[in-house]
Design a protein around this ligand. Structure first.
Ligand SMILES: [Zn+2]
Ligand SMILES: [Zn+2]
Length: 212
């Protein structure tokens, strides 16, 4: 089962993915509005195993502290190269005029190829640097879902002008690690509407080379 809650001032898509039989769950990118996310978790009686962060930007991690305090058993997971950015999310948010509380330290440091499990669900970590050094996409193969964070959006790609960003590196990540996936895979980005790999392959101007 999958629910999307749009959270925070920058309207991040927080995804709650769970095994309908066992109620084991992942919360992906709780960028803010922790209480809204907590309400859904309580309503569905979910057992959150992991709070997974696609990258360390404040708009994606801002709700972790609220969730963690009530979901002690859920482990916070982020790529090892974005841990520093997550710990600076408070200072980073101030620059954007968004109040972000200090976040707790992650317990699981992700690497490319690692798999996280919750009930019958598996999220495979695909390291996709370019928006940030430690940006990842999360792939649930059986369900055909790819959570792309700020790496790939419907019709666009993540900005590369922030700390750790690189246009060449993000394009390499998309072409070598995302586009080999099947056209039918659903793309669930960190902001905006969802898409599919096939639609992005055909219509995304950054992939076709119309935009640089
Ligand atoms: Zn970002
Ligand atoms: Zn973002």
């Amino acid at each position: 089962m999958l629910q999307t809650i749009t959270v925070g001032a920058l309207e991040v898509n927080c995804y709650i993915l769970w095994d309908g039989a066992t109620k084991d769950a992942f919360v992906i990118d709780p960028g803010g509005d922790g209480d809204k996310i907590k309400m859904l978790i309580a309503k569905e009686r979910l057992k959150v195993r992991y709070i997974v962060l696609t990258h360390g930007h404040f708009d994606h991690v801002g709700g972790v502290v609220v969730l963690k305090s009530s979901l002690g058993g859920a482990k916070i997971a982020i790529h090892k190269d974005d841990v520093g950015m997550m710990s600076e999310s408070h200072e980073h948010g101030v620059i954007f005029g968004v109040k972000t509380p200090q976040q707790p330290s992650p317990e699981v440091l992700l690497e490319d190829g690692q798999v996280l499990k919750a009930g019958g669900l598996s999220l495979k970590v695909i390291h996709t640097p370019g928006h940030t050094n430690g940006g990842v996409c999360l792939y649930e193969e059986k369900e055909g879902l790819l959570f792309t964070g700020d790496t790939l959006f419907a019709g666009s790609i993540g900005r590369t002008d922030l700390n750790g960003g690189s246009h060449k590196v993000i394009m390499d990540s998309i072409k070598k690690k995302i586009l080999p996936l099947a056209d039918t895979i659903k793309v669930l980005p960190g902001h905006g509407p969802d898409s599919t790999i096939g639609r992005e392959r055909k219509t995304n101007p950054f992939i076709s080379g119309e935009a640089v």
